[in-house]
Design a protein around this ligand. Structure first.
Ligand code: PMV
Length: 302
Protein backbone atom coordinates (compact mmCIF):
# COMPACT_ATOMS: atom_id res chain seq x y z
CA UNK A 1 0.00 0.00 0.00
CA UNK A 2 1.19 3.52 -0.83
CA UNK A 3 0.44 6.47 1.39
CA UNK A 4 -2.57 8.33 0.00
CA UNK A 5 -0.67 11.54 -0.85
CA UNK A 6 1.55 9.73 -3.36
CA UNK A 7 0.89 9.88 -7.11
CA UNK A 8 1.42 6.51 -8.76
CA UNK A 9 1.86 5.90 -12.48
CA UNK A 10 1.35 3.07 -14.92
CA UNK A 11 1.95 2.57 -18.65
CA UNK A 12 0.08 0.64 -21.32
CA UNK A 13 1.53 0.07 -24.81
CA UNK A 14 -0.28 1.13 -27.95
CA UNK A 15 -0.23 -1.70 -30.48
CA UNK A 16 -0.39 -2.81 -34.06
CA UNK A 17 -1.85 -6.15 -35.06
CA UNK A 18 0.50 -7.53 -37.72
CA UNK A 19 -1.70 -10.44 -38.77
CA UNK A 20 -4.80 -12.30 -37.58
CA UNK A 21 -7.24 -9.56 -36.52
CA UNK A 22 -10.87 -10.77 -36.56
CA UNK A 23 -9.67 -14.38 -36.92
CA UNK A 24 -8.45 -14.19 -33.31
CA UNK A 25 -12.07 -13.74 -32.20
CA UNK A 26 -12.75 -17.24 -33.66
CA UNK A 27 -9.85 -18.92 -31.87
CA UNK A 28 -7.22 -18.48 -34.58
CA UNK A 29 -3.78 -17.11 -33.67
CA UNK A 30 -2.82 -13.49 -34.30
CA UNK A 31 0.46 -11.59 -34.12
CA UNK A 32 0.60 -8.22 -32.38
CA UNK A 33 3.37 -5.83 -31.39
CA UNK A 34 3.60 -3.12 -28.77
CA UNK A 35 4.68 0.30 -30.04
CA UNK A 36 7.01 2.69 -28.21
CA UNK A 37 4.03 5.00 -27.69
CA UNK A 38 1.04 4.31 -25.49
CA UNK A 39 -0.83 5.76 -22.52
CA UNK A 40 0.65 6.79 -19.16
CA UNK A 41 -1.77 7.12 -16.25
CA UNK A 42 -1.12 9.06 -13.05
CA UNK A 43 -3.35 8.22 -10.08
CA UNK A 44 -3.69 10.43 -7.01
CA UNK A 45 -6.12 10.61 -4.11
CA UNK A 46 -9.20 12.46 -5.33
CA UNK A 47 -12.88 12.25 -6.19
CA UNK A 48 -13.12 10.17 -9.40
CA UNK A 49 -12.09 12.53 -12.19
CA UNK A 50 -10.58 11.15 -15.41
CA UNK A 51 -8.74 13.62 -17.65
CA UNK A 52 -6.95 12.98 -20.95
CA UNK A 53 -6.27 16.34 -22.64
CA UNK A 54 -4.98 14.68 -25.85
CA UNK A 55 -8.39 13.01 -26.26
CA UNK A 56 -10.37 16.08 -25.05
CA UNK A 57 -11.59 13.86 -22.24
CA UNK A 58 -12.62 15.35 -18.92
CA UNK A 59 -15.17 13.35 -16.99
CA UNK A 60 -16.32 12.15 -13.64
CA UNK A 61 -16.71 8.48 -12.71
CA UNK A 62 -20.48 7.86 -12.43
CA UNK A 63 -21.48 10.04 -15.41
CA UNK A 64 -22.60 6.96 -17.43
CA UNK A 65 -20.11 7.47 -20.29
CA UNK A 66 -18.29 4.33 -21.54
CA UNK A 67 -14.93 5.55 -20.17
CA UNK A 68 -16.49 6.27 -16.78
CA UNK A 69 -18.16 2.82 -16.71
CA UNK A 70 -14.88 1.18 -17.73
CA UNK A 71 -12.90 2.94 -14.98
CA UNK A 72 -15.64 2.05 -12.50
CA UNK A 73 -15.43 -1.69 -13.41
CA UNK A 74 -11.65 -1.60 -13.36
CA UNK A 75 -11.57 -0.07 -9.85
CA UNK A 76 -14.17 -2.57 -8.61
CA UNK A 77 -12.07 -5.42 -9.95
CA UNK A 78 -9.01 -4.09 -8.11
CA UNK A 79 -10.98 -3.48 -4.90
CA UNK A 80 -10.66 0.31 -4.72
CA UNK A 81 -13.54 2.76 -4.33
CA UNK A 82 -14.09 4.22 -7.81
CA UNK A 83 -14.41 7.80 -6.55
CA UNK A 84 -11.38 7.73 -4.27
CA UNK A 85 -8.84 8.47 -7.01
CA UNK A 86 -8.27 11.02 -9.79
CA UNK A 87 -6.65 9.87 -13.04
CA UNK A 88 -4.57 12.04 -15.35
CA UNK A 89 -3.76 10.39 -18.68
CA UNK A 90 -0.96 11.22 -21.10
CA UNK A 91 -2.21 9.65 -24.31
CA UNK A 92 0.27 9.29 -27.17
CA UNK A 93 -2.00 7.16 -29.39
CA UNK A 94 -5.14 8.43 -31.12
CA UNK A 95 -8.46 7.07 -29.82
CA UNK A 96 -10.60 4.62 -31.83
CA UNK A 97 -7.97 4.26 -34.56
CA UNK A 98 -7.19 0.54 -34.25
CA UNK A 99 -4.02 1.20 -32.25
CA UNK A 100 -5.26 -0.21 -28.95
CA UNK A 101 -5.94 3.10 -27.19
CA UNK A 102 -8.67 1.75 -24.90
CA UNK A 103 -6.60 -1.26 -23.81
CA UNK A 104 -3.52 0.93 -23.30
CA UNK A 105 -5.62 3.25 -21.14
CA UNK A 106 -7.09 0.34 -19.17
CA UNK A 107 -3.68 -1.25 -18.53
CA UNK A 108 -2.11 2.11 -17.62
CA UNK A 109 -4.85 2.89 -15.09
CA UNK A 110 -4.79 -0.66 -13.70
CA UNK A 111 -1.01 -0.43 -13.21
CA UNK A 112 -1.30 2.99 -11.55
CA UNK A 113 -3.92 1.56 -9.15
CA UNK A 114 -1.92 -1.64 -8.59
CA UNK A 115 1.09 0.46 -7.62
CA UNK A 116 -1.04 1.68 -4.67
CA UNK A 117 -2.61 -1.63 -3.68
CA UNK A 118 0.07 -4.18 -4.53
CA UNK A 119 -2.20 -6.05 -6.97
CA UNK A 120 -0.32 -8.52 -9.20
CA UNK A 121 -0.11 -9.10 -12.98
CA UNK A 122 -3.15 -11.41 -13.14
CA UNK A 123 -5.28 -8.84 -11.30
CA UNK A 124 -4.06 -6.09 -13.64
CA UNK A 125 -5.00 -8.13 -16.73
CA UNK A 126 -8.39 -9.08 -15.25
CA UNK A 127 -9.10 -5.40 -14.47
CA UNK A 128 -8.05 -4.32 -17.96
CA UNK A 129 -10.26 -7.06 -19.45
CA UNK A 130 -13.22 -5.84 -17.37
CA UNK A 131 -12.68 -2.31 -18.72
CA UNK A 132 -12.22 -3.53 -22.31
CA UNK A 133 -15.53 -5.42 -22.18
CA UNK A 134 -17.29 -2.05 -21.77
CA UNK A 135 -15.84 -0.78 -25.05
CA UNK A 136 -15.72 -3.97 -27.10
CA UNK A 137 -18.44 -6.21 -25.57
CA UNK A 138 -16.64 -9.56 -26.06
CA UNK A 139 -13.00 -8.75 -26.89
CA UNK A 140 -10.66 -11.61 -27.75
CA UNK A 141 -8.20 -10.21 -25.20
CA UNK A 142 -5.39 -9.50 -27.67
CA UNK A 143 -5.40 -5.74 -27.09
CA UNK A 144 -5.16 -6.01 -23.30
CA UNK A 145 -2.43 -8.66 -23.60
CA UNK A 146 -0.18 -6.58 -25.86
CA UNK A 147 -0.94 -3.34 -23.97
CA UNK A 148 0.37 -4.98 -20.83
CA UNK A 149 3.28 -6.99 -22.25
CA UNK A 150 4.63 -5.01 -25.21
CA UNK A 151 7.17 -6.64 -27.55
CA UNK A 152 6.04 -8.95 -30.34
CA UNK A 153 3.82 -11.89 -29.51
CA UNK A 154 1.38 -14.50 -30.64
CA UNK A 155 -2.06 -14.43 -29.06
CA UNK A 156 -4.85 -16.94 -29.17
CA UNK A 157 -7.84 -17.28 -26.91
CA UNK A 158 -6.77 -20.66 -25.51
CA UNK A 159 -3.08 -20.04 -24.80
CA UNK A 160 -3.08 -16.24 -24.32
CA UNK A 161 0.06 -14.23 -25.04
CA UNK A 162 3.35 -15.87 -25.98
CA UNK A 163 6.32 -13.67 -26.82
CA UNK A 164 7.82 -14.32 -30.29
CA UNK A 165 11.56 -13.99 -30.68
CA UNK A 166 12.22 -11.67 -33.61
CA UNK A 167 15.57 -12.03 -35.37
CA UNK A 168 16.00 -8.23 -35.72
CA UNK A 169 13.93 -5.07 -35.07
CA UNK A 170 11.44 -4.22 -37.79
CA UNK A 171 10.41 -0.72 -38.88
CA UNK A 172 6.69 -0.37 -39.50
CA UNK A 173 4.97 2.63 -41.07
CA UNK A 174 1.61 3.39 -39.44
CA UNK A 175 -0.86 5.48 -41.43
CA UNK A 176 -4.03 7.02 -39.98
CA UNK A 177 -7.14 7.28 -42.13
CA UNK A 178 -8.65 9.81 -39.73
CA UNK A 179 -11.90 7.81 -39.65
CA UNK A 180 -12.89 6.65 -36.18
CA UNK A 181 -14.98 3.54 -35.67
CA UNK A 182 -16.24 1.12 -33.06
CA UNK A 183 -14.47 -2.27 -32.90
CA UNK A 184 -17.60 -4.07 -31.66
CA UNK A 185 -19.59 -2.92 -34.75
CA UNK A 186 -16.99 -4.42 -37.09
CA UNK A 187 -16.78 -7.66 -35.09
CA UNK A 188 -20.61 -7.95 -35.27
CA UNK A 189 -20.60 -7.27 -39.03
CA UNK A 190 -18.09 -10.10 -39.58
CA UNK A 191 -20.17 -12.43 -37.37
CA UNK A 192 -23.29 -11.68 -39.46
CA UNK A 193 -21.39 -12.31 -42.67
CA UNK A 194 -20.16 -15.66 -41.34
CA UNK A 195 -23.73 -16.65 -40.43
CA UNK A 196 -25.19 -15.60 -43.77
CA UNK A 197 -22.32 -16.76 -45.99
CA UNK A 198 -20.56 -19.83 -44.59
CA UNK A 199 -17.61 -19.38 -46.98
CA UNK A 200 -16.65 -16.32 -44.91
CA UNK A 201 -15.55 -18.79 -42.20
CA UNK A 202 -12.93 -20.08 -44.62
CA UNK A 203 -11.62 -16.54 -45.00
CA UNK A 204 -11.30 -16.42 -41.21
CA UNK A 205 -9.31 -19.66 -41.32
CA UNK A 206 -7.14 -18.19 -44.10
CA UNK A 207 -6.33 -15.21 -41.86
CA UNK A 208 -5.23 -17.67 -39.16
CA UNK A 209 -3.04 -19.47 -41.71
CA UNK A 210 -1.45 -16.16 -42.71
CA UNK A 211 -0.71 -15.40 -39.05
CA UNK A 212 0.99 -18.80 -38.68
CA UNK A 213 3.05 -18.12 -41.80
CA UNK A 214 3.89 -14.67 -40.41
CA UNK A 215 5.36 -16.27 -37.28
CA UNK A 216 7.72 -18.32 -39.43
CA UNK A 217 8.70 -15.24 -41.44
CA UNK A 218 9.42 -13.30 -38.22
CA UNK A 219 11.48 -16.14 -36.77
CA UNK A 220 13.62 -16.44 -39.91
CA UNK A 221 13.80 -12.68 -40.58
CA UNK A 222 12.13 -13.11 -43.99
CA UNK A 223 10.69 -9.61 -44.33
CA UNK A 224 9.73 -10.13 -47.96
CA UNK A 225 7.54 -13.11 -47.02
CA UNK A 226 5.99 -11.06 -44.21
CA UNK A 227 5.21 -8.32 -46.76
CA UNK A 228 3.38 -10.82 -49.00
CA UNK A 229 1.43 -12.00 -45.98
CA UNK A 230 0.41 -8.40 -45.18
CA UNK A 231 -0.83 -7.98 -48.77
CA UNK A 232 -2.79 -11.24 -48.74
CA UNK A 233 -4.30 -10.45 -45.33
CA UNK A 234 -5.50 -7.05 -46.57
CA UNK A 235 -7.22 -8.76 -49.48
CA UNK A 236 -8.92 -11.25 -47.18
CA UNK A 237 -9.98 -8.54 -44.71
CA UNK A 238 -11.41 -6.56 -47.63
CA UNK A 239 -13.33 -9.68 -48.62
CA UNK A 240 -14.79 -9.77 -45.13
CA UNK A 241 -16.00 -6.21 -45.67
CA UNK A 242 -13.90 -4.42 -43.05
CA UNK A 243 -11.77 -2.23 -45.33
CA UNK A 244 -12.85 1.20 -46.59
CA UNK A 245 -11.95 3.23 -49.71
CA UNK A 246 -9.69 5.39 -47.49
CA UNK A 247 -7.82 2.37 -46.07
CA UNK A 248 -7.50 0.89 -49.57
CA UNK A 249 -6.05 4.20 -50.82
CA UNK A 250 -3.46 4.24 -48.00
CA UNK A 251 -2.51 0.62 -48.76
CA UNK A 252 -2.18 1.36 -52.50
CA UNK A 253 -0.08 4.47 -51.82
CA UNK A 254 2.29 2.49 -49.59
CA UNK A 255 2.76 -0.19 -52.23
CA UNK A 256 3.30 2.46 -54.93
CA UNK A 257 6.00 3.96 -52.67
CA UNK A 258 7.82 0.62 -52.70
CA UNK A 259 6.44 -1.10 -49.60
CA UNK A 260 6.88 -4.87 -49.55
CA UNK A 261 3.43 -5.16 -48.03
CA UNK A 262 0.63 -3.10 -46.53
CA UNK A 263 -2.66 -3.85 -44.81
CA UNK A 264 -5.27 -2.45 -42.50
CA UNK A 265 -4.57 -3.12 -38.84
CA UNK A 266 -7.12 -3.75 -36.09
CA UNK A 267 -10.83 -3.98 -36.68
CA UNK A 268 -10.91 -1.84 -39.86
CA UNK A 269 -13.89 0.28 -40.91
CA UNK A 270 -11.47 3.20 -40.62
CA UNK A 271 -8.59 3.46 -38.20
CA UNK A 272 -5.09 2.65 -39.40
CA UNK A 273 -2.95 0.78 -41.92
CA UNK A 274 0.55 -0.61 -41.53
CA UNK A 275 3.27 -0.97 -44.16
CA UNK A 276 6.53 -2.84 -44.29
CA UNK A 277 8.89 -0.77 -46.41
CA UNK A 278 12.58 -1.23 -45.63
CA UNK A 279 14.52 1.66 -47.16
CA UNK A 280 11.29 3.29 -48.40
CA UNK A 281 9.70 4.47 -45.15
CA UNK A 282 10.13 8.22 -45.83
CA UNK A 283 8.54 7.82 -49.26
CA UNK A 284 5.58 5.93 -47.76
CA UNK A 285 5.02 8.66 -45.15
CA UNK A 286 5.36 11.35 -47.85
CA UNK A 287 2.73 9.69 -50.07
CA UNK A 288 0.35 9.36 -47.13
CA UNK A 289 0.84 13.06 -46.35
CA UNK A 290 -0.01 13.88 -49.97
CA UNK A 291 -3.34 12.07 -49.39
CA UNK A 292 -3.87 14.31 -46.35
CA UNK A 293 -3.17 11.52 -43.86
CA UNK A 294 -0.77 11.52 -40.93
CA UNK A 295 1.68 8.64 -40.62
CA UNK A 296 4.55 7.75 -38.32
CA UNK A 297 7.25 5.16 -37.95
CA UNK A 298 7.42 2.62 -35.14
CA UNK A 299 10.01 -0.07 -34.51
CA UNK A 300 8.81 -3.45 -33.22
CA UNK A 301 10.86 -6.28 -31.79
CA UNK A 302 13.46 -4.05 -30.16
O1 PMV B 1 -9.83 -2.66 -31.36
P1 PMV B 1 -8.98 -3.00 -32.54
O2 PMV B 1 -9.28 -2.19 -33.74
O3 PMV B 1 -7.53 -3.05 -32.20
O4 PMV B 1 -9.38 -4.50 -32.98
C1 PMV B 1 -9.11 -5.59 -32.15
C2 PMV B 1 -8.94 -6.82 -32.93
C3 PMV B 1 -10.19 -7.60 -33.31
O5 PMV B 1 -9.73 -8.88 -33.67
C4 PMV B 1 -10.90 -6.98 -34.52
C5 PMV B 1 -11.19 -7.72 -32.17
C6 PMV B 1 -10.74 -8.59 -31.01
O6 PMV B 1 -11.42 -8.55 -29.97
O7 PMV B 1 -9.77 -9.32 -31.14
Amino acid sequence: MTDSATTTTGFGYGKVILLGEHAVVYGQPAIAAGMQVGVRAHASAGAGSVRAPAWQLDLQVGDDSPVSTAVDRLCQQLGVAERSLDFWLEAEVPARAGLGSSAAMAVAIARAVAARTGAGEDDILAAAAAAESVFHKTPSGIDAAVASRGGVGRFDRAAGWQAIPVSRPIEICVGLSGQTRQTSDLVSAVAHLCQRTPVARRLIDALGELARAGMEALASGDIEALGHEFNMAHGVLSGLGVSTPELDALVRAARAAGALGAKLTGAGGGGAVIALAPGRTEEVLRRWRSLGCYGFLTVVGT
